[in-house]
Design a protein around this ligand. Structure first.
Ligand code: ZN
Length: 292
């Protein structure tokens, strides 16, 4: 099944929702980074959140970056998304591993540890807009819920899941973000609290064969809801040799001259797709002559 995100509103527009299935994105990230199951789950949950939060951006050129820094063995997780839900990400220590919490329960919170979540939105203004909150549990969904409540004053419900199969492949992945708009009454809040509290994990719903459409029907049973959009998210890195070259140029004449003197060239690594770009001494010489 292809990955997709549904966007819509419910309960007289007092709720907006994003719900997704993201198995292919998470499997791609696992293949690129060679992540352990717990690292796959951490990165996969943040990629799933990023793909939906990216879909909230208004303009084509807007960019979202989510950075989790923790004192656990994974070190940190970084994800970026554009408004078309092209996501990419990496884990600082992709091969870090810790024991499961219980049989089949990966300890994502323990692997991340205590730390901070930073959300940066580059909306084409002079300065990007950013917010930072302490991690609640490191399980990511709770951390994003807390970020929305405190940094954006938007009460939300967030579920994110990555289910790893016994052969370590990604079996299911997906999530949901529900946001409560100002003016929502107690009936709406009580219904959401009850239904979200009674749901099993998101990936167990997917694993029972339920689609995002089916899950919406469960959550909003007896209430109105409308799907406005079906978005195709994708793991996509937009790095190129040209872009990497101009990044290298931007370090300045002095630094470039030092590289030329000390090394035979420069190797630039893209953390998001693991591509390497090598520039030999002739190319660095050209960059120096082109620098002011
Ligand atoms: Zn790249």
């Amino acid at each position: 099944m292809q990955d997709y995100i549904l966007r819509g509103t419910a309960m007289n527009d007092f709720i907006r929702f994003f719900i997704s299935t993201t198995k292919n994105i998470v499997a791609t990230s696992q293949k690129i980074h060679g992540t352990t199951p717990v690292a796959t789950a951490a990165l996969g949950r943040l990629l799933t959140a990023g793909s939906m939060m990216g879909a909230m951006l208004k303009n084509d050129t807007d960019l979202l970056t989510l950075i989790i820094k923790g004192d656990g063995p994974l070190g940190g997780v970084t994800v970026t998304s554009d408004s078309r839900s092209h996501v990419k990400g990496y884990v600082n220590n992709p091969t870090a591993d810790i024991p499961e919490k219980a049989a089949g329960k990966l300890n994502v919170g323990g692997a991340i540890g205590a730390g901070m979540l930073t959300v940066i939105k580059d909306l084409g203004l002079k300065e990007p807009v950013s917010g930072q909150t302490a991690l609640v549990s490191g399980e990511i969904a709770e951390d994003i819920t807390y970020y929305y409540a405190t940094s954006e004053q938007t009460p939300s419900a967030v579920m994110l899941g990555v289910l790893i199969d016994r052969d370590y492949t990604v079996k299911q992945a997906g999530g949901i973000i529900l946001q409560v708009m100002p003016g929502a009454n107690d009936e709406i809040l009580t219904h959401l609290e009850n239904v979200m509290g009674s749901l099993p994990t998101f990936t167990s719903l997917l694993d029972e064969g339920k689609s995002p459409e089916d899950i919406l029907a469960i959550i909003f049973s007896g209430y109105d809801y409308t799907i406005y959009d079906k978005i195709q998210p994708e793991y996509y890195c937009n790095c190129t040799r040209e872009k990497t070259k101009s990044a290298l140029q931007s370090i300045g004449k002095e630094e470039l001259s030092a590289i030329l003197k000390e090394d035979n060239g420069a190797n630039l690594h893209c953390h998001f797709c693991n591509k390497d770009y090598f520039f030999n001494s002739d190319e660095i010489g050209d960059l120096i002559s082109a620098s002011k």
